[in-house]
Design a protein around this ligand. Structure first.
Ligand code: ING
Length: 320
């Protein structure tokens, strides 16, 4: 091999990133943090053994999805949150990342002391293969309400979390630019577009989605379609890879959707979980597909008309 060929081969190796989605089965309320972190470490080991360089865990991966409950007692509520990341019980996950030389993104409930007050965010951290924090995202689109409503599935995220205040950041992971998103964010095209315009090539997403909703039983058969549809569209329209990790199975009596997947910039599902339990799904993502897809239609700088899109930034909903 000539040195030119060696050089080209080296370059071509950087055009792949092996992604792992670490879906989890239910995390019951009775489970201890130590037990749950042990499950996550095991998943990370399986991801690394399969050759993954970067893994994603679900939203609120350390606990049950507690916004399904109407809770008032602050100490009861705050037991679901982390005051430090890593903290004493989550440290083994960071140690495992360093030992296995694999990065990961972890969704968790965050308490932080900012602007002289205690604040609660629905957060995802990106951690490097050295076990160090690379970047933090706080969920922007907080669904549900502050109080239960008759005839609807109880979903009180807006009582338990403030909307994120860190924008839609994109972080360098080696030579790859990585953005983060959480659950309901995936249903909004703005999430992907903001991450795309910030330079993302890969978006890691964690979610907790009930398999059925009381408000519209007639749509229950479309829950998985409505899970994948916006992510496939988001990947295609923004020429990004998406790796999305679900909480799955019956958690504290509520069935969670599952359907974790890795989606290509073509919009195709490249890999899909088949269980509603702890499962690792791996795909070697070809980063050149991004430029191939851009060539076909999505040369953003040439074709987009940002001056004509002002309403998107100025108006939340239609005005008649
Ligand atoms: N979950 C839900 C989702 O978008 C939801 C949101 C569920 C809203 C039920 C209302 C009722 O999949 C999260 N975690 O955002």
């Amino acid at each position: 091999m000539t040195s030119q060929q060696v050089h080209q081969r080296k370059n071509s190796m950087t055009r792949y990133l092996t992604l792992a989605v670490c879906q989890t089965g239910p995390v019951q309320r009775t489970a201890s943090r130590v037990e749950t972190v042990g499950r996550l470490v095991h998943l990370l080991e399986r991801a690394a053994a399969a050759g993954a360089e970067l893994a994603v865990f679900p939203e609120m991966a350390l606990t049950t999805f507690f916004p399904r409950w109407d809770l008032d007692d602050d100490s009861e509520i705050e037991a679901f949150y982390e005051q430090a990341m890593p903290g004493p019980t989550t440290r083994p996950l960071f140690d495992a990342a360093r030992r296995l030389s694999i990065g990961f993104a972890l969704g968790y409930s965050e308490i932080s002391f900012e602007e002289g007050r205690k604040r609660r965010f629905n957060t995802m951290d990106l951690v490097g293969p050295d076990g160090g924090l690379v970047g933090r995202y706080r969920k922007m689109h907080i669904p549900g309400g502050e109080t239960p409503r008759n005839g609807t599935t109880t979903h009180l995220e807006r009582r338990y979390f403030e909307p994120g205040n860190l924008g839609f950041p994109v972080f360098p992971f080696g030579s790859v630019r990585v953005g983060l998103a959480l659950c309901n964010d995936r249903r909004w095209p703005e999430t992907y577009r903001m991450l795309c315009l910030n330079g993302a090539q890969v978006v890691l997403l964690g979610y907790n989605t009930p398999a059925a909703l009381k408000e519209a039983p007639s749509l229950d058969h479309l829950r998985m379609f409505h899970n994948h549809l916006p992510m496939q569209a988001g990947a295609y329209q923004n020429t990004i890879w998406i790796a999305a990790a679900a909480k799955a199975g019956v958690e504290d009596g509520q069935a969670m959707l599952g359907g974790s997947c890795i989606i290509a910039p073509t919009g195709e599902i490249a890999a899909l979980a088949i269980s509603v339990d702890d499962e690792v799904v791996v795909h070697r993502a070809d980063l050149d597909l991004i430029t191939t897809c851009q060539r076909v239609n999505f040369d953003f700088a040439q074709y987009r008309r940002p001056a004509e899109y002002r309403l998107i930034a100025e108006q939340a909903g239609p005005v008649f």
